[in-house]
Design a protein around this ligand. Sequence first.
Ligand code: ATR
Length: 263
Amino acid sequence: MPRLAVIGFPVGHSRSPAMQNAALAALEIGEEWSYGAVEVAPAELEAKVREMAAGDYAGANVTVPHKEAALALADEASEAARSIGAANTLSFAAGRVRADNTDAGGLLAALPTTPLDARALVLGAGGAARAVVWALVGEGARVEVWNRTATRAEGLCAELGGKPVSDPGQTEYDLIVNTSSVGLRGEDPFAELPLSAAGFVPGQLVVDMVYGDGAGPLLGAAAAAGATTIDGLEILVQQGALSLELWTGRAAPVAAMRAAARG
Ligand code: ATR
């Protein structure tokens, strides 16, 4: 009976169990496989992961605050996980722990077309930004990174590519991705980020990695201006689909996962 879980601290808010159990049911393997939530404090992470890998777990998703530590404790890691410096997916085989990062592929899967040559603005320079910048640079986008603390954007670009920008011209980008946590606690994105509500243009693609109640104003303004929008829940669905494919080797039932995540 292979088990799966999301590991976090806290983890109670996670939509992954509902989404992944819906996926297992749609694949008709919900009788054998199960997906739960494991709350573990940072000090206990490694011991817990080793116990899961030695037991009946096939893999796990990893969320805040464990993504960097999950990579560090793994026996092997994908190029994406190593480059990004974080793992959101662990796979267990013969007690060994393999680290992957499907956040990057999940973003690309959520985009309607390849970002090759697209002029992209990434807002933020934390862990979420690292996956986004790595993904977009790898696909040949022309990436610029703005961050409240400019030195972090400079450091991220020096490591992963892209160009730091201090005063981005909102209308000039094909793609704008908010990876900052602005909106998570109800902050006004147009007060905190170098964007104005009226400054989006038709044909732009605007992604907000924040999901939950705060995701509204940024994407609402973008949609009102005729831009195409993608919310953080869609990115969650796509990263989860890629993780599920790694564990099961089956094509993920994305529509069922989306319905469950939004339900
Ligand atoms: P994560 O790993 O989820 O990306 P993080 O490393 O804490 O989280 O990064 C949060 C990002 O949101 C950072 O880019 C942060 O900017 P700073 O580097 O200047 O701290 C950004 N952020 C958080 N609150 C913000 C705010 N009120 N205005 C602008 N940016 C903000």
